[in-house]
Write a protein that binds this ligand. Structure first.
Ligand code: ZN
Length: 197
């Protein structure tokens, strides 16, 4: 296991590694978000990847001793298809997103969520109403599940706003906000990043 994965701790698991697959012309032909399981008082999933990847999520949940029915809460960083593709398999879970994103969907507002070890920050830029989720692990490290506020390692290391962006200045502000809080960042479409302080 890589050093980054060890640092995530015992209670946070990456069920699906987010990725962006491009063709030779650099056009994205497949996108699927990182999907994260957090074992706390409740069983929580952040983002559910693209529909094609539901089997990966189910398989990895099974390895950890869970079925989709066991999940209590799904939090979506935003409601693009490649982040909500498997929401429906979690039939018993309450679903949450930021109100600006939740409008028009049968999804609850994160404003009413109050969870142990988890906090939510607003990280607009990629889209309005984008949120990121912070989990404090048993080692006291802040793991930020960034969603598309930081889609790839390249965005972070080269300090580039997401390619799809409703407000690039806001997106950079959101990246700064995340970098300041995070010990580890899980990008929307890439492997984790250890933040050097
Ligand atoms: Zn997106």
């Amino acid at each position: 296991m890589s050093k980054e994965v060890d640092l995530l701790g015992k209670y946070l698991h990456i069920l699906n590694n987010g990725r962006l697959i491009k063709n030779r012309d650099n056009v994205i032909i497949h996108a699927s978000s990182s999907s994260i399981l957090i074992e706390s008082d409740l069983t929580i999933i952040v983002d559910t990847s693209a529909r094609d990847d539901c089997y990966i999520i189910v398989k990895n949940l099974k390895h950890l001793g869970y079925t989709p029915e066991d999940v209590d809460i799904v939090i979506n960083t935003h409601l693009h298809n490649d982040h909500i593709g498997c929401n429906e398999i979690f039939i018993n879970a309450e679903k949450y997103a930021q109100p600006l994103q939740a409008e028009g969907y049968s999804i609850n507002s994160v404003d009413i969520l109050n969870l142990k070890d988890i906090s939510i920050i607003e990280t607009p830029g990629h889209v309005l109403g984008h949120i990121s989720v912070i989990f404090k692990n048993e080692m006291g490290m802040n793991i930020v599940i960034a969603g598309d506020a930081i889609p790839t390692r390249n965005n972070y290391y080269k300090w580039l706003p997401p390619r799809i962006c409703s407000n690039s200045k806001g997106a950079i502000e959101s990246m700064k906000k995340i970098a300041k809080i995070a010990d580890i960042i899980i990008p929307g479409h890439d492997r984790p990043i250890v933040v050097l302080k």
